[in-house]
Design a protein around this ligand. Structure first.
Ligand code: ARG
Length: 457
């Protein structure tokens, strides 16, 4: 019989049951449901709603139930419509009628909100570990190539030389921002709804703060109607996941390009590439392509939950049951993708000569303008002169550093013999030594800051 079966004259329609039963996905809340039920049983005991021996019986029974549900082979009964129902049914089998006292003053509405928040808090912790593993791999790669010159691109066109370490760390900082976003989502989740009951609050003298302390929540919800309908934390978590997915996708795209034969700056370890059933020569960046693809799924989950929530009237609505699949899947997706990227970056082989060879003298035309600035010309005019030099080089079909000095002097009398020094890539890098710049010295400082963040936890 269903928990609410006595109200109905007949069993639910089978197709409706399939639509409405959530056990298939919310069974993974079993640990949280048992934890929250243990805390509730103790709270009922402290409120003298249950006797000490009743609490003891429930506590022992719930631990048994935890063991039963931990078994992946556990098969629910058709009437186990959700994890809460299954826990109560199994508890009844364990301890008999006293199990029927556990739900005193509680509703599945505050129960599911509590379980779900606990689950999200724990999920954020797991994701943080995986994020930091990847961040460490990035720092290691950046350290290995801290002063390796490579071409930097804007608009996907050659722009200015940068260093490999600088480029790799450009993906580290977004990762740290993601870590911080998950910490914020976790803090949003850490507000206890239990004790809100169906919507109006519980009718028993429950010490809600004690439950929060028991379960590790930072605070207690101040409004029972809000408490059971609030899913902001799930949206914040899904935003953190989507933003992380998008940033990983962008980094993956860069690595797909740089590992291809046209660039050849890096080589992917064979453990992270896939082949073709037809073309024997192929070594495809499958791991990076799937990283890129998973971003779409994560963005979809965020959009999906926001759309589910929009238009819901206050308090609990059955729609809220659909909050879990996207949140679970975002977690699983990230825990699938992050370790793969960690391994891929950890095994990335750098090709410094290919990087250096791809730096062309025209990528130093800004430095050519800066040279004239050094000789007293305002930058805007210096930019125009350098632009003319680029045109002359184009017309003569020579590299920018091959335009003869006398031709340079026609364009501006300030050009002198020392102009050749402009085209020294290492010097160009070293000039960009201000905070956050690409000079190896600045990147070493950046690395120190990154390592300091990683050593904090
Ligand atoms: N399975 C439900 C969910 O996930 C539990 C809460 C159901 N409450 C209710 N009154 N139907 O949201």
């Amino acid at each position: 019989m269903r928990l609410w079966g006595s109200r109905m004259g007949k069993e639910p329609d089978a197709a409706f049951s399939r639509l409405s039963d959530s056990f298939s996905f919310d069974r993974r809340l079993y640990g949280e449901d048992v934890d929250a039920s243990l805390a509730w049983a103790r709270a009922l005991g402290r409120a003298r709603v249950l006797t000490e021996s009743e609490v003891e019986a429930l506590v022992a029974g719930l631990e048994e139930v935890r063991g039963t549900l931990a078994d992946p082979a556990f098969e629910p009964l058709p009437t186990d419509e959700d994890i809460h129902t299954a826990v109560e049914r199994l508890l009844t089998e364990q301890v008999g009628p006293v199990a029927g006292k556990l739900h005193t003053g509680r509703s599945r509405n505050d129960q599911v909100a509590t379980d779900f928040r606990l689950w999200v808090m724990r999920a954020c912790d797991r994701i943080e570990v995986a994020i930091l593993d990847l961040a460490r791999a990035m720092v290691q790669s950046a350290r290995a190539g801290v002063d390796l010159p490579m071409p930097g691109y804007t608009h996907m066109r050659p722009a200015q030389p940068v260093t490999w370490g600088h480029w790799m760390l450009s993906a580290f900082w977004p990762l740290i921002r993601s870590r911080d976003r998950f910490a914020l989502a976790r803090a949003s989740a850490s507000v206890l709804p239990l004790g809100s009951a169906a919507l109006a609050g519980t009718a028993y003298p429950i010490d809600r703060q004690a439950i929060a302390d028991d379960l590790g929540f930072d605070s207690v919800s101040p409004n029972s109607i809000d408490a059971i309908s609030d899913r902001d934390f799930a949206v914040e978590y899904l935003f953190a996941a989507a933003m992380l997915g998008v940033n990983l996708s962008r980094h993956a795209e860069g690595l797909i390009l740089y590992s291809g034969p046209e660039y050849g700056f890096v080589e992917l370890d064979e453990g992270y590439t896939s082949g073709s059933s037809l073309m024997p020569q192929k070594r495809n960046p499958g791991a990076l392509e799937l990283t890129r693809a998973k971003a779409g799924r994560l963005v979809g989950h965020l959009t999906g939950l926001l759309t589910t929530l929009k238009g819901l009237p206050s308090a609990y609505d059955n729609d809220l049951q659909e909050d879990k699949p996207p949140v679970f899947d975002a977690h699983d997706t990230l825990l699938e993708v992050l370790p793969v990227l960690t391994g891929l970056i950890g095994t990335l082989q750098l090709h410094p000569s290919r990087m250096a060879a791809a730096i062309t003298p025209d990528m130093l035309s800004t430095d050519l303008a800066d040279y004239l600035v050094g000789k007293g010309l305002p930058f805007r005019e210096a930019h125009a002169v350098a632009g003319r030099v680029v045109r002359v080089a184009d017309e003569k079909q020579v590299a920018l550093d091959q335009v003869p000095l006398q031709e340079l002097r026609v364009l501006d009398g300030r050009f002198e013999q020392d102009v050749v020094e402009v085209f020294d890539v290492e010097a160009a890098l070293e000039r960009r030594s201000s905070l956050g710049g690409t000079a190896p010295s600045a990147v070493r400082d950046q690395l120190k800051a990154a390592e300091e963040i990683l050593s904090r936890r």
